[in-house]
Ligand binder design. Structure first.
Ligand SMILES: Nc1ncnc2c1ncn2[C@@H]1O[C@H](COP(=O)(O)OP(=O)(O)O)[C@@H](O)[C@H]1O
Ligand SMILES: Cc1ncsc1CCOP(=O)(O)O
Ligand SMILES: [Mg+2]
Length: 298
C-alpha cells in the first residue's frame, strides 16, 4: 500500500532543487516511487563483480528489495542473463579469464534491451584494465558509475589517451566536482548516463547535470560502498530503464540518505556498514523526503 505523502519542512526545500516539473519535492517523490517499485517487483540483478564487493553488494540489493545473483560463468550466461532485469559489471578484481564473461553478458543485454551498468574500478591501474573498460564502454552500458579519478581517466582515454594519469588505488584522488566536464564528455561519446560519486554525487547525460548531496564521508572508509551503489543504480534502472538519469540520481540519493541515517547509530566504519544496510531495509517515505537533497548543477 502506498504511504501518505508527508509535508516537506521549509528548511528542506532548496530553491535550486531541480526536477522535470520544477517542483522542489519532485525528486524525493521520484526516488520514493523507484524504491517502491524495486521493493514491489524485486528485479533479478546479475552482478559480475569483484570478490571484495560480493557480500556488501548482494546485501545492499537485498535490503533495497531487489534479488541479487553473483553469476559470472561464461557457460551459464545464455540460460541465465536473459532472465535478469539488469546487469552490473564491475572490474575490481579483473582477470583475463573473466573478461569474456563480462563482454558476452553485456552483449546479451544489449541484444535483449536489458539495461546494464559499468563500474570501472581503478580503471587506470594498468593498461589491461583500461583497454578492457574501453571495450566494455563500446558495448553500450546504460550507466557508468565511478569515483572522480576513475571517470576522469576513462573519459580521457577516449579523448586524450596520451594524457591518462595513472591512479594505482581504488580510491579517488579527485573531488567529484572536478570530474564534471570529463563526465559530460564521456556521456556524450558513449551515450551512457555518467555518474561520479563523492561528497556530491554528480549525474549527467552530457547536457543536464544533477547533483545529489546526501551521504557521509565515512562511507569512503567502508570498502565496496561505491561498488554497492553501482549495483543499486542497476536495480533502479531495472524498474525504469527509459529514465536512466532519474534512476541513477535516485539510487545515489537513497544510498546517501541511508548513510546519513545509519550514521546516527554508528561508532565507526564497521558499525556504519551494518546500520546502513538496516537503514536501507527500513527506509520510509517520510525519512526519504526529509533528507533527500538534489539540485541542478547545469
Ligand atoms: N565526502 C563524502 N561525503 C558524503 N558521501 C560520500 C563522500 N565520499 C563518498 N561518499 C559516498 O560514498 C559512496 C561511495 O562513493 P566513493 O567512495 O566515491 O566510491 P568508490 O568507493 O568507488 O571510490 C557513495 O554513495 C558516495 O556518495
Ligand atoms: C579494494 C578493492 N580492490 C579491488 S576491488 C576493491 C573494492 C573497491 O570497492 P569500492 O570501489 O566500492 O571502494
Ligand atoms: Mg569504486
Amino acid at each position: 500500500m502506498e504511504q501518505q505523502t508527508q509535508p516537506i519542512p521549509a528548511t528542506n526545500i532548496n530553491p535550486k532543487a531541480t526536477n522535470n516539473h520544477n517542483q522542489p519535492s519532485s525528486w524525493a517523490k521520484k526516488a520514493w516511487r523507484l524504491l517502491s517499485d524495486v521493493r514491489a517487483q524485486s528485479p533479478l540483478i546479475q552482478c559480475i563483480t569483484n570478490f571484495v564487493s560480493m557480500d556488501l553488494m548482494a546485501n545492499t540489493l537485498l535490503s533495497a528489495g531487489a534479488s541479487p545473483a553473483m553469476l559470472h560463468s561464461l557457460e551459464e550466461l545464455n540460460d541465465f542473463t536473459p532472465c535478469c532485469r539488469a546487469l552490473c559489471i564491475n572490474v575490481g578484481t579483473l582477470t583475463p579469464s573473466w573478461l569474456p564473461s563480462m563482454k558476452a553478458a553485456a552483449q546479451l543485454c544489449s541484444q535483449l534491451d536489458t539495461p546494464w551498468v559499468l563500474d570501472p574500478v581503478a580503471v587506470s591501474a594498468s593498461g589491461f584494465r583500461l583497454k578492457a573498460c574501453m571495450e566494455l564502454v563500446e558495448l553500450k552500458p546504460a550507466v557508468i558509475r565511478g569515483n572522480g579519478s576513475e571517470i576522469i581517466a576513462l573519459s580521457m582515454a577516449f579523448t586524450q589517451p596520451s594524457k591518462v594519469s595513472i591512479v594505482k588505488g581504488t580510491d579517488s584522488i579527485h573531488e567529484s566536482v572536478d570530474a564534471v566536464e570529463a563526465a559530460k564528455l564521456l556521456a556524450k561519446s558513449s551515450g551512457a548516463i555518467v555518474a561520479v560519486s563523492g561528497a556530491t554525487d554528480i549525474v549527467t547525460d552530457g547536457n543536464q547535470v544533477v547533483g545529489a548531496h546526501n551521504g557521509v564521508a565515512l562511507m569512503q572508509k567502508i570498502t565496496a560502498t561505491g561498488c554497492s551503489v553501482t549495483a543499486l543504480i542497476a536495480a533502479f534502472v531495472a524498474v525504469d530503464k527509459i529514465h536512466a538519469l532519474d534512476a541513477a540520481v535516485s539510487a545515489l540519493a537513497v544510498f546517501g540518505v541511508t548513510g546519513e541515517l545509519g550514521m546516527k547509530n554508528a561508532k565507526g566504519p564497521a558499525s556504519l556498514r551494518m546500520h546502513l544496510i538496516d537503514a536501507l531495509h527500513g527506509l520510509d517515505e517520510a525519512a526519504l523526503e526529509s533528507h533527500v537533497n538534489i539540485t541542478s548543477l547545469s
